[in-house]
Design a protein around this ligand. Sequence first.
Ligand code: FES
Length: 101
Amino acid sequence: MRRGVANEDRHYDDFEVPYEEGMSVLDALRWIRTNVDSTLAIRYSCINANACKTCVALVNHEVEYTCIAKLTPGVITVEPLPKRRLIRDLVTDTVPDEEKL
Ligand code: FES
């Protein structure tokens, strides 16, 4: 998973998550934040209703809603959206530049 903030060195951290059938990528991210690293920055609201659209990230280099992207056994890569301003870790700016005052 890519970590870091804008304008600083970014790096990848590896995490091992106990896999359960049916888990989403967001479930894994929440598990990491609860059990391993509380500083991990992620954004979500509805958790798995695919209603808030805030949990979007790159999962294995594809744009996905992490709450509905199924976790699979093995290595997956999660990164922030590349065309949005990075805030920290997986959190990017959600307001388009043309809508900012
Ligand atoms: S957490 Fe709401 S759409 Fe993913």
